[in-house]
Design a protein around this ligand. Structure first.
Ligand code: 0PR
Length: 355
């Protein structure tokens, strides 16, 4: 049987994946059969991974990118899990908790279950951002980690990261920032989110989302090596002595794709994409508001709006790939493959379906 064509991105408004940059596609193919999990054997990809960490640390405004540690994970799920694991391992108590806003990605729920830590989720405010008073009330001496999200999955909101850092550190806990999706957009906004802006200990930033790398390519970064040391296990029969990653064998494609994409696009290519996405999100929000929809004002470029079940289903039947928030709003995620032209076509279909 012939291999079928993959899904086209033409009508995909729901995804946080996008077309990889051509240079990333090419680099990924060349490194498909390499394993950065065995740096003693696959030296070229191991060197590339060091470069990837330095580049990601530059994007995340680490004060000294060559001193940041981290690795290219399978995605945001693995990076978040490893951040929780590292904080748990570094805390003196055996039974620890993690405090996060309820807007946190579901990967943190998985992490808490796998690692058997108590996850305390606290409400968000009227603007879907972490409620600081609720976070403050939830932390205690057994809190190992406070999580803030810089670009929430449902509404693209950025939590007050510096304040979360202060609360975490006052309680003797660490701060993890999940910028899995937002990390390549935030440098071009005035949000505080980065290693430079706040006392961030660990950070998730995924090349395979807005970084235009290839899948699988997530990013875990740590301000200092202690966070990675807390993850290391001994690897007696490999040339390298220890391994801090969760997966053993990993894809060299993700590493090479990340480096190629970031070197091609940082900073101007990402700036252009971020500015275009922001302008398109504002434009779409305005068009929907003019048509009488209830729209959640976009911050980072995700537009959520109230829609009936029947309209949602009709749009899906027309081939539009839309998803919904927990509250039932439709979400449009303005990834690089989403153009003004495709949004006009979407509105044309929406107008036809409504009448
Ligand atoms: N953190 C945040 C803030 C995220 O939005 C996501 C994924 C993750 C962590 C987990 O990342 P991985 O999926 O790379 O492990 N957010 C999207 C979501 O759950 C992922 C996604 C991607 C969904 C592509 C659909 C899709 O087609 O909605």
């Amino acid at each position: 049987m012939q291999t079928p064509e993959p899904q086209s991105f033409d009508r995909v408004l729901s995804s946080m994946c996008t077309e990889p940059h051509p240079a990333a596609r090419d680099a990924a193919e060349r490194f498909l059969a390499t394993n950065p999990g065995d740096p003693g054997t696959y030296e070229a990809v191991a060197d590339l991974e060091e470069r990837a960490v330095g580049l990601l640390a530059t994007v995340a405004e680490h004060p000294s990118p060559t001193e940041a540690s981290g690795y290219v994970a399978g995605g945001g799920t693995e990076a978040n899990l490893q951040a929780v694991r590292s904080a748990r391992n570094r805390h003196p108590d055996a039974d620890v908790n993690v405090v996060a806003p309820e807007s946190v990605h579901f990967s943190v729920y998985k992490a808490a279950e796998v690692l058997d830590v108590d996850l305390r989720t606290v409400p968000t405010d009227d603007d879907h951002r972490a409620d600081l008073a609720a976070v403050e009330a939830a932390v205690d001496e057994a809190t190992a980690l406070v999580v803030g999200v810089a670009g929430t999955t449902e509404y693209g909101r950025v939590d007050p990261i510096p304040e979360l850092g202060r609360i975490a550190h006052d309680a003797g806990a660490l701060l993890h920032v999940d910028a899995a999706w937002g990390g390549f957009l935030l440098p071009f906004t005035d949000h505080d989110w980065s290693f430079a802006d706040a006392p961030v200990d660990t950070l998730t930033i995924d090349p395979h989302k807005c970084g235009r790398g290839v899948v699988p390519g997530g990013g875990l970064l740590a301000r200092d090596p202690a966070a990675m040391d807390a993850l290391a296990v001994e690897t007696p029969y490999l040339e390298s002595r220890s391994q801090a990653t969760l997966n053993g064998t990993r894809s060299g494609a993700g590493v090479a794709g990340a480096v190629a994409a970031i070197e091609a696009l940082w900073p101007d290519g990402y700036r252009e994409a971020a500015e275009r996405a922001a302008a398109d999100a504002d434009w779409l929000a305005g068009e929907l508001t003019d048509r009488g929809y209830d729209v959640v004002e976009p911050d980072l470029p995700i537009v959520a709006f109230d829609i009936s079940d029947s309209t949602f289903e009709a749009l899906r039947a027309d081939g539009w790939r839309l998803s919904r928030t927990g509250a039932g709003e439709a979400r449009v995620v303005h990834m690089p493959h989403v153009t003004r032209e495709s949004l006009r076509a979407f509105l044309t279909d929406l107008d036809r379906i409504r009448t």
